[in-house]
Design a protein around this ligand. Sequence first.
Ligand SMILES: [Zn+2]
Length: 486
Amino acid sequence: MPSITTPTSLTKKALAILLATLMFLSVAPSADEKHIAVYSPVASYTLPVLDRAGREYVGLLELLEPLGRVSTQSDGRRLRLRYNALDADFFAGKTRAKIHGRDFDFGAPFLIENSRGLVPLSSLSALLPRFLGTPVNFRESARRLFIGTEGIQPSFRLDAGNPPRLLLNFSAPVNPTISTEPGQLRMVFKRDPVVSPGSQSISFDNKVITHASYSENNGDAELDVAANQPLMASFTDDRKTIVISAVMVPAVQQTPAAPSGVGAGSQNPAQARSAANIASGNNNNNNNNVRRVLAVVDPAHGGDERGAALTDQLAEKDVTLGFARLLRHELEIRGFAVALVRDSDTSLTLDQRAAVANVARAGIYISLHAVSQGSGAQVYTALLPVEGTSNGVFHAWNAAQAPALPASRMVSAAIVAEMQKREFPVRASSASLRPLNNVFMPAVAVELAPGADGVADLTSANYQQRAAAAIADAVVSVRDRLGVQP
Ligand SMILES: [Zn+2]
């Protein structure tokens, strides 16, 4: 069921900030902070790197602690360390130490600061095997240290459909932070021992998704994918595949939306003809009057956020995803470009969902929910907070929907009419329902309830398909009012 929120203090939030961050918001460490990443079968971690007298150092205790039992004692000039059953002696300012009774040469002075031992990064390839008994692979220029692991090598597969998708496969689950900027999607791997896919740059034989590149620096591995359309990423359930899809923004200029309050009778004959072609399934592009409108369909909930428990076994998040895929198909055969906000069991915030639609400048946003009680469907449009007003170029975040609301209500009325034709009990209402409030374009939420066969209907492809077809027909009937309001 929808999570209905009361108006919050977010009204001052500038949309510009959100638009800049798009789908995945992440907190990046300060660019000048130096780090080393350590990957081992028992732990993967990052540690700060300190500059001392022109050399890079890392704390010895912090380095060993995640790997075994370690303790140290220091009087400020000498540091005694025990790692598992192994003893070592270090001396402040000296390049030589004793490890398990044998000499070790750091090649640079060992440092003691506040009873803490610091070792030069340049010594790690030689130092760590003395403690761990296994060789290590230290890529010093990138500050990435691999202990007893080969790393995870990614592989790419381009699915040249429309829209094209890039499938990025990993041999183990990964958890990158993902961000987008115009023409690029960046994946930064901080804790995953991701290594080069074999070459630093890979070109794809595709007009939309053109190439990918790999780099590593300051303890991070980074994969960048370049495209000439906005990209969105989703994970498969096992987190071993990242699916990167282009969000196809209609190439044809959308017709300016009619001013609020003007009815649907204003369409010109050419547009009426296109709509008829689309409604009859004639999707050939010889007719230049066909506007390809982008519909963003949002299966509500996902990931850890399961939505309502429709039965003991059935989570709302799974019903909304199946329903969204059917609706995508119904809209596509009617000539719409469609982007799903998620096409897997991923969790996304409401702000991220709104950003997908806003950044792509979708013509319509449709959020899907499901509920075990009631019957048929409920269609919601936004109920805007009273204090939500526009302030110059910055729209009040909770009232971003305001200019599009008359068109949203028209979409809602069209869905009600189409569902009634198909004998779905259906009601329309307004609710302060995020993220409807936060999108610029016509936006509705449709909550699917059971039909005559009870809760079983919610997973019935036939039942979902009838509902999806009704929604798609309704969207076709109002397509000339879709788009971002000027
Ligand atoms: Zn819900």
